[in-house]
Design a protein around this ligand. Structure first.
Ligand code: SF4
Ligand code: FE
Length: 487
């Protein structure tokens, strides 16, 4: 099967028989649900752009498994150029959608599972790698969206998985059969869950021997029996149910997260890629997180481009664009945004091959990238709100703007620079509101903070990877300290 078009993709999701709850309702067909549709549109852009010749360099890659052209979101990175192209593709998609387009988690998961299963087989004599590559070939050939599922419910953070009062607070194996395993638990905050064909599950943290039933990686179709999805709310999400086009801010696109429950889900061995090899849980978590920390150096930057553009446009509409402090603020936003991009590119350019041949980013630089992402979008958002002014949060509704009486007053009194309409100004304010306070802020801000691991996780990695001893040695040599009593 060839690459799917946008329409093929949407039709393929309709074929899934999923068990989905949205705002207390069991929803048979989430594809057409107005809360879900913007996120589907965003994910569908990963298909649409792949069909456009001008984007083929970024969106397509030659599979090392089959030699055929595949969507880059299903590709194993074969060199640093692939890693760089990934970040550029993500920036492009962030620019086109202004939101989370969701498909990266699967790309990051398949790349992480690929190298770790190879190393696991070499160390333990297991047979996971060939199995995984057969699975990935299926994903590539059918051009599927994979939800990379890592974050467990976790319960009491002081306790290990097996110490929890409820053993299901981390996904685990509850039964081993000749033909496969049965798993139970939940993965929370699952980006794009309802827009995915497949779920690729990984452990959430480094595990010890006592927790070996929790050291499990596997793939299941999104409509496998026992899988339940519960849709997550976002700020101002019900504006999408109002049927307008202005108050939503981003008319066409959005992201989503959902909780995925695994209620005794059977997984055949052919789709199991780790089953109690706890020593490899740590590397798998570290690599998936590393790839996703790189990803943010692309996608969040693309969304930042949109927000900077919106702030500049508002300054023009309001007649403040020539003020020196506004220009300074815009430059500051650009500096912060491009710094994140520079980190995303740097960790890619410094990528190295793993044992499977799949390239891994420089983990230290990927963690620097993400640590910047935990802060810079907040500052960019603050500056955008500064430039936008208080109308950002006092603007009357779309219905008032359209009302024959109220609308006349609003059109007269919300007008700024003559050559721009009141509607233009209001639309741009709503876009800034969406990205900094509304549903878009869930991805641009909170996800920047906690997605791919909260800031402390990156700090731990920096402390571990930075080789402080070597820095001390460098300093001592220049300071003329040859021998130290401490040695
Ligand atoms: Fe991709 Fe960014 Fe969304 Fe993660 S947050 S899935 S990297 S768009
Ligand atoms: Fe994310």
């Amino acid at each position: 099967m060839a690459l799917m078009t946008r329409d093929d993709y949407i039709a393929s999701l309709r074929g899934l028989k999923r068990h989905v709850f949205i705002m207390g309702q069991k929803v048979e067909n989430p594809v057409d649900h107005p809360l879900v549709r913007p996120s589907l549109n965003a994910c569908a852009m990963t298909y649409e752009l792949a069909q456009r010749p001008e984007h083929s360099d970024l969106m397509l890659a030659t599979s090392n498994l089959t030699g055929r052209l595949v969507n880059r979101f299903t590709h194993l990175h074969q060199n640093p150029a692939d890693l760089v192209a990934k970040v550029k593709m993500q920036r492009l998609l962030g620019q086109m959608t202004g939101c989370c387009f969701q498909r990266c988690v699967g790309m990051d998961a398949v790349n992480a599972v690929d190298s770790v299963t190879c190393e696991m087989d070499r160390a333990l004599g297991t047979e996971y790698h060939a199995r995984f590559r057969r699975y990935l070939q299926h994903v590539q050939e059918h051009d599927l969206v994979v939800d990379g599922a890592m974050t467990d419910a976790k319960g009491n953070r002081r306790l290990t998985p097996s110490q929890q009062a409820d053993p299901d607070l981390f996904v685990h194996i509850v039964e081993r059969r000749p033909d496969g395993i049965v798993v139970r638990g939940a993965k929370l905050h699952q980006t794009g869950a309802l827009n995915s064909h497949e779920i690729l599950v990984m452990p959430t943290q480094t595990l010890a021997e006592a927790d070996q039933d929790y050291a499990v990686a596997f793939a299941v179709p999104a409509d496998a029996p026992g899988i339940v999805m519960i849709y997550g709310r976002q700020p101002s999400d019900t504006r999408k149910l109002e049927g307008g086009s202005l108050d939503v801010g981003n008319r066409e696109f959005g992201g989503h997260e959902a909780a995925i429950i695994f209620d005794d889900v059977f997984v055949p061995w052919e789709r199991v890629f780790m089953a109690s090899e706890y020593a490899f849980s740590g590397p798998l978590v570290e690599r998936f997180a590393g790839y996703h920390r790189q990803s943010y150096g692309g996608c969040k930057v693309g969304v930042g481009d949109v927000l900077i553009g919106a702030a500049q446009a508002l300054a023009q509409y309001q007649g403040t664009d020539k003020a020196s402090h506004i220009k300074d603020k815009i430059v500051e936003m650009i500096h912060l945004n491009e710094t994140m991009y520079a980190c995303g590119l740097a960790c890619s350019a410094e990528g190295q091959p793993t044992a499977s041949g799949t390239y891994l980013i420089d983990l230290l630089l990927a963690n620097v990238c993400k640590l910047n992402v935990t802060r810079f979008p907040y500052e960019i958002a603050r500056l955008a709100q500064d430039i936008a002014g208080g109308l950002l949060v006092t603007l009357p509704s779309e219905q008032d703007l359209a009302h024959p009486e109220a609308g006349l007053y609003l059109d007269k009194y919300l007008r700024s620079v003559d050559r721009y309409t009141t509607e233009e100004r209001c639309r741009m304010l709503r876009l800034v509101e969406n990205l900094t306070l509304g549903p878009g802020a869930a991805a641009y801000l909170t996800e920047s903070l906690h997605g791919a691991g909260s800031p402390q996780a990156q700090r731990i990695m920096l402390a571990r990877l930075a080789d402080l001893e070597e820095k001390v040695r460098l300093a001592r040599r220049l300071a003329g300290i040859e021998n130290s009593l401490a040695e």
